[in-house]
Write a protein that binds this ligand. Structure first.
Ligand code: GUN
Length: 279
């Protein structure tokens, strides 16, 4: 039986540590405020935003919600972000993605002041990550590192294979595993003989975006398997990019979906909110 990596429990532990830290900061007169901007009312985004606000309330961070109509212009959103950049009572700014088609996401991400970039998406945050300077870390990959560390899984010297090369998961994941002294490979849609690559992995991180795509054929006996995917299947069940039932017997440790990586993203967002005021 593989070790089940319990993201729900680990994220709860992190949020409880942060709650205590925020309480101590409050006692010293430091409050934290996160501005959360949602444009339009995409149902999935509404769920994420609600969960983020809830997590803020839990750890004692104020969340200030900005709900803008679907037809908001890029200029209007840029204006709001600039106002929040200049507002000393706002520590972090989160613009929920995706944005409507008329708004250039990269432009908005670049407009957010790098010292309020709690998503870690700003080019300055990304650059700092790659050169090993302190900065905001992209939440999902940072959550994966915490899952591994807090489950007692050593990264240094391990063959780490990531499937997926997005700016939000794959690329920052590679940088973080490298920083932990892993040997890192990024596989993607153009990789030839994918199973040959993934079967080298001691630690396999799957962010491929295809329902139950990774079966035991892709996994070395004893590998650690981290599933970043999230889908709702034809029977309306949540599942990941990994065929859990098929892979679990060959893995030494594995994350479930739900209850694996998912809850970690918000815990790490909360960590970034607290990071805005850490000295
Ligand atoms: N949409 C999906 N994931 C994320 C995320 O991590 N941050 C933001 N801002 N939007 C998202």
């Amino acid at each position: 039986m593989a070790q089940l990596i319990d993201g729900k429990a680990i994220s709860q532990q992190i949020k409880d540590e942060l709650k205590a830290e925020v309480e101590a900061l409050k006692n010293d007169g430091t409050d934290i405020c996160l501005a959360v901007i949602q444009v339009g009312d995409d149902p999935a985004s509404s769920v994420y935003v609600r969960n983020k606000k809830r997590a803020c309330a839990y750890i004692g961070v104020e969340s200030r919600a900005y709900e803008l109509p679907e037809d908001t212009t890029e200029e209007q959103l840029v204006e709001l972000v600039k106002e929040l950049n200049a507002d000393d009572t706002v520590n972090g700014i989160l613009v929920q993605l995706p944005l409507p088609a008329q708004i250039d996401e990269d432009k908005i991400i670049r407009t957010i002041s790098a010292d309020k970039d709690v998503d870690g998406f700003h080019p300055e945050s990304v650059g700092k990550l790659w050169i090993g300077e302190k900065g905001f870390l992209s939440c999902t990959p940072a959550g994966v590192i915490q899952l591994l560390k807090r489950s007692g899984i050593e990264i240094a010297g391990k063959e780490c294979v990531i499937i997926g090369r997005s700016n939000i998961v794959g690329k920052p994941m590679a940088a973080l595993l490298l920083r932990e002294n892993g040997t890192v490979t990024i596989a993607h849609s153009r990789t030839k003989n994918l199973a040959d690559v993934t079967r080298r992995a001691d630690i396999l991180i799957v962010a491929i975006g295809k329902e139950r795509f990774i079966t035991s054929d892709y996994v070395k006996e004893g590998a650690v398997v981290i599933d970043v995917g999230m889908h709702r299947d034809a029977e309306n069940h949540l599942c990941g990019d990994v065929d859990f039932a098929d892979v679990e017997p060959v893995a030494s440790a594995i994350t479930p979906v739900p209850g694996g990586v998912g809850p970690m993203t918000i815990a790490m967002l909360m960590n970034n909110c607290v990071e805005t005021v850490r000295s």
